[in-house]
Design a protein around this ligand. Structure first.
Ligand code: IPE
Ligand code: IPE
Ligand code: MG
Length: 246
């Protein structure tokens, strides 16, 4: 009998942190109270990822489309991003976490861009968990910027259009150097991807939970990990092939 080793802990977890607004509403509080409460869940999911041996955690914090929210909410989210960066980086650094921000940061204020750069630089040499915050990120933006880079290479005569393939596109996407996304979680109960990672989620295991992001604690995260551990990832093959029977 062939023994197939089954990897039960995802190397890369990506989460759409959704449900802050509804959480606040249920408490009779304004939406910003939900976003604030969500920071606690970020902290706990980072800590639990470290504890469980997850290598990369990618969190969707602000989408390309979120600019369409009321101006007050957008500026509050920017403010919160700024203060969280300031207050959390020391602790992340102490815990050997490497912080990366993915997305189009050129839309942020100079101050915020500087803060992001400083946080990334400070933690760049860390060898523990890689924490990616997706801010002003969109899956379509990512594919677009990848294709644009390749077009520029063609223009410079450095790339033959005939050589453009899945691998060249993949390599120009955000976080091409990291392990593939294994587990894709969305909190808040909606069953959609909302323009988060598209290309990179091609073979991720999807997990949707009605738990609102501020309530996403260790137990809720563990439930997602347990669910993942029970999945059979076939990558196009048959179950028999994977069991070594064929
Ligand atoms: C997710 O929570 C946080 C961001 C999109 C910034 P929401 O603010 O979308 O919360 P709901 O979906 O309205 O409950
Ligand atoms: C997705 O949530 C974006 C983030 C969690 C950052 P949204 O709340 O913006 O998604 P939709 O608009 O309901 O699809
Ligand atoms: Mg939402």
């Amino acid at each position: 009998m062939t023994v197939t080793t089954h990897i039960t802990t995802p190397r890369h977890v990506a989460i759409i942190m959704d449900g802050n607004g509804r959480w606040a509403k249920r408490q009779g509080k304004p939406r910003h109270a939900g976003h604030r409460a969500g920071v606690k869940s970020v902290r706990s999911s980072v800590e639990y990822s470290v504890k469980q041996g997850v290598e990369v955690l990618t969190l969707f914090a602000f989408s390309s489309e979120n600019w369409q929210r009321p101006e007050k909410e957008v500026s509050m989210l920017m403010e919160l991003f700024m203060t969280a960066l300031k207050s959390e980086v020391k602790k992340l650094h102490k815990n050997n976490v490497r912080l990366k921000i993915i997305g189009d940061r050129t839309a942020f204020s100079d101050k915020l861009q500087k803060q992001i750069q400083q946080a990334e630089d400070k933690t760049a040499e860390n060898t523990g968990l890689i924490l990616q915050i997706a801010a002003n990120y969109g899956g379509r933006w990512d594919i677009t910027q990848s294709v644009r880079k390749l077009a520029e290479d063609v223009n410079k005569g450095q790339l033959d259009p005939g050589d453009i393939n899945e691998e060249t596109i993949r390599k120009s996407l955000s976080f091409a150097d990291l392990p593939e996304v294994d587990l894709f979680i969305r909190t808040g109960g909606d069953l959609r991807i909302s323009n988060f990672i598209l290309w990179q989620a091609a073979y991720a295991e999807l997990y949707f939970t009605p738990v609102l992001w501020p309530d996403f604690n260790e137990a809720a995260y563990q439930q997602a990990l347990n669910d993942f551990a029970g999945r059979q990832r076939r990558f196009g093959k048959t179950g028999e092939q994977l069991a070594g029977e064929d």
